[in-house]
Ligand binder design. Structure first.
Ligand code: DX5
Ligand code: ZN
Length: 224
């Protein structure tokens, strides 16, 4: 299994986004948190910023939609040049149709679950997606504390993915740091969002590489 670090720019200097992305050349993707103040109590980046950033940077973009009605909005992010578009299962009206629509537009389709949402919510559609995002904080803000209660969910999704012989990435998002990344990888995660851990580090790129090293060590110990 391959480890991917997908840093979130939510806690970066948003007035200098392209420069901030340039500080982390080791990132595999740039994770962009789109919030609408309906699905989550915060308002962040929208489609025009994603379009501009796609033109300005070479790193692939991983869009995390924390919005109501992703059925309406997600395809537009695929057209804006994103490589991966993830919507929340709690918000989607027709998740299978939406995942198929995203894939038909040539992007990776991801489905996200809040901490309290059971994995059964997405278990039947694992064959329809390229990634499952398991939130390890309540979505809405960067810099929150990692929720250990999600670790068994990571293992459970990993078992389902392996049992079905699927190539579905398992992403964790929220409170991922040098303290928590190994546990996530040991449970079976292979794709790691880290926001404040990366952008509060003196050398953000060194932190990306350090997280990748720790995650690889954890994943090597994964028993599933
Ligand atoms: C939270 C966002 C996360 C957040 C991660 O709702 O989805 O991507 O930016 O930030 P940290 O790593 O600081 O928890
Ligand atoms: Zn996110």
């Amino acid at each position: 299994m391959t480890v991917r670090i997908t840093p979130s720019i939510l806690n970066a200097d948003l007035a200098n986004l392209a420069t901030e992305v340039g500080r982390i050349p080791s990132a595999d993707f740039i994770h962009i948190d789109v919030m609408d103040n309906h699905f989550v109590p915060n308002l962040t980046i929208g489609l025009p910023v994603v379009e501009s950033l796609h033109r300005a940077v070479a790193t692939p973009l991983d869009i995390h939609l924390m919005i109501a009605d992703p059925d309406r909005w997600a395809p537009g992010f695929a057209e804006a040049g994103a490589e991966s578009v993830t919507f929340h299962i709690e918000a989607a009206h027709a998740p299978v149709r939406l995942a198929r629509e995203l894939r038909a537009k040539g992007v990776r389709a991801g489905v996200a679950l809040n901490p309290a949402t059971p994995i059964e919510a997405c278990a039947t559609m694992l064959g329809e997606v390229d990634m499952v995002l398991l939130m390890t904080v309540e979505p809405g803000f960067g810099g929150q504390r990692f929720l250990d209660l999600v670790l068994p969910k990571i293992s459970a999704v990993r078992k389902l993915v392996n049992a079905a012989n699927l190539d579905v990435w398992i992403q964790v998002d929220g409170g991922v740091s040098v303290e928590t990344v190994e546990r996530c990888a040991e449970a079976g995660a292979d794709t790691f969002v880290a926001g404040s851990a990366v952008y509060s580090a003196d050398d953000p790129d060194a932190m990306v590489r350090r997280l990748a090293g720790l995650a690889a060590a954890g994943l090597a110990r994964c028993r599933h």
